[in-house]
Write a protein that binds this ligand. Structure first.
Ligand SMILES: [Zn+2]
Length: 80
């Protein structure tokens, strides 16, 4: 069996907010308890865990998705 490819998205996680919290992108965005929160794990010890609201989440994931498309095209273009 071949090992699975390493994930390049290991820093991302979606978890329901434990309490009312604020979006890291804009403090005016609130995330109610139980609402999905995109948590970007920071490296290094003692880093507070911060998350993003659903709207920012979608915007960030769309952007990441476009970037992944670009990278895939770049690799394909060089595969001749
Ligand atoms: Zn937000």
């Amino acid at each position: 069996m071949v090992a699975a490819h390493k994930s390049v998205l290991m820093r991302l996680e979606i978890r329901p907010a434990g309490n009312l919290c604020r979006c890291k992108h804009d403090k005016k965005h609130t995330i109610a308890k139980g609402e999905p929160r995109l948590v970007v794990r920071e490296t290094g010890p003692g880093t507070p865990e911060q998350g993003y609201c659903a709207d920012c989440e979608i915007a960030m994931l769309n952007r990441a998705s476009r970037r992944i498309d670009e990278l895939r095209e770049e690799v394909r273009a060089q595969m001749v």
